[in-house]
Design a protein. Structure first.
Length: 235
């Protein structure tokens, strides 16, 4: 089960639940010890398992441990984000609850697809199998979550002299791949690329006009254009 929720102060909460066919103690080692994390976590990590302890990642700034209750709970910061892993015994198995809190809602599909791939690798490693046997198509999974979370819905706002429709969409390809495929801006429509989440650029498109009758057309048309472009860029 995977859900995306709104939190306070403009932040979002991604929740993922997975059942692992291994006891809590074994899963705990996999989510807290460097050797276990190396098999599936997005970066190397060493966790000082005490509240206030340091989490040293293979890249980026250090994090801080916010919650520890062995072998059931560990939480820590990673940049501006917060990660929480809760382990629930289920007979001889474990239900893992991953809670990721972040500000970049536009990146939610990338986060969800990335974590699903990571958790699949975790399950494989616990089973003693190669972690690259998950068979997940990351790009297809990204697009699935983007649609499920309705992340390409248009935002419409009033302007002093008209209206603006805006669509923001995370892409699965970097800017150097996407840029040559971008349409030319014009007739009130502006296409822009910015820094995105993971390996893809962030596409932002705005359509500005003054005719109230054209606003609904723009609200329906712009997401369609963006979807078609994203599919072309994904290849």
């Amino acid at each position: 089960m995977t859900t995306l929720e709104d939190a306070t102060e403009g932040r979002s909460v991604l929740r993922m639940e997975r059942r692992l066919a291994h006891p809590v103690e074994r899963v705990w080692r996999a989510v807290t010890e460097p050797a276990g994390l190396a098999a599936w976590f997005p970066a190397t990590a060493e966790i000082d398992l005490r509240v206030g302890g340091t989490v040293t990642f293979g890249f980026g700034p250090d994090g801080t441990v916010t919650d520890v209750d062995p072998p059931r709970l560990v939480g820590f910061t990673w940049g501006d984000d917060h990660l929480r892993f809760e382990l629930e015994p289920d007979g001889a198995a474990t239900v893992l609850h991953l809670v990721h809190t972040f500000a970049d809602r536009g990146g939610a599909a990338s986060f969800a697809a990335g974590w699903e791939t990571c958790l699949a690798a975790l399950a494989l490693d616990l089973d003693g199998r190669p972690v690259d046997e998950h068979g997940i198509d990351h790009n297809a999974l990204h697009e699935q979550y983007l649609a499920e979370f309705a992340l390409d819905e248009p935002a419409v706002r009033a302007l002093p002299d008209g209206w603006q429709v805006r669509v923001e969409r995370q892409l699965v390809r970097p800017a150097e791949v996407a840029a040559p495929l971008l349409p030319a801006s014009g007739d009130g429509v502006v296409w822009e690329l910015g820094e995105g989440t993971g390996h893809g650029a962030r596409l932002v498109v705005t359509w500005t006009g003054s005719d109230p009758a054209a606003r609904d057309t723009a609200s329906a048309e712009l997401p369609r254009r963006v979807r078609e472009l994203a599919a072309t860029i994904a290849g």
